[in-house]
Design a protein around this ligand. Structure first.
Ligand code: ZN
Length: 146
């Protein structure tokens, strides 16, 4: 049986008392990064991703934190990033309606590019900021409701 090879791009050597961490990026799809699938899947405390443009390090836990603790979305994010910061990628998913956020369920759900209500509770996604009006439309309390 052939063992499936885990994705590994570059290398990361954690810091020790004497030395700083060493990030050795390699080329992957769009940029130079460090990415380690084995670490992501099996060593949640280890660094599994470093983007191209900063030395910010990410562990599995960091991906989970960005994705509301929802592993399926964290996985999607981990496999998708190829140069950018995971935060940026996650923002894109919301902006492009790939993901929806339900305030009621406090869960991310898949929209696959087409806005639709939360599959759990049926609530429509938050329409978000509508263009330029955000500041002025910060809705004041309705008068009359004591
Ligand atoms: Zn919901």
């Amino acid at each position: 049986m052939e063992e499936q090879k885990r994705l590994k791009v570059g290398s990361y050597t954690p810091e020790t008392e004497e030395t700083e961490a060493i990030i050795d990026r390699d080329y992957y799809r769009q940029g130079g990064i460090f990415k380690d699938e084995e670490a992501y899947l099996h060593h949640p405390q280890q660094v599994c991703y470093v983007p191209e443009l900063s030395d910010t390090v990410y562990t599995r836990q960091a991906f989970l934190d960005l994705c509301n603790g929802q592993a399926e979305f964290a996985d999607e994010c981990f496999y998708a990033v190829d140069w950018q910061h995971p935060e940026t990628w996650v923002e894109e998913q919301y902006r492009e309606d790939e993901w929806g956020w339900c305030d009621h369920c406090e869960q991310i759900y898949n929209m696959s590019g087409i806005p639709h209500p939360c599959p759990i509770c049926g609530k429509l996604p938050d329409e978000g900021e509508q263009d330029e009006h955000t500041e002025s439309e910060r809705s004041p309390a309705e008068p009359g409701g004591i």
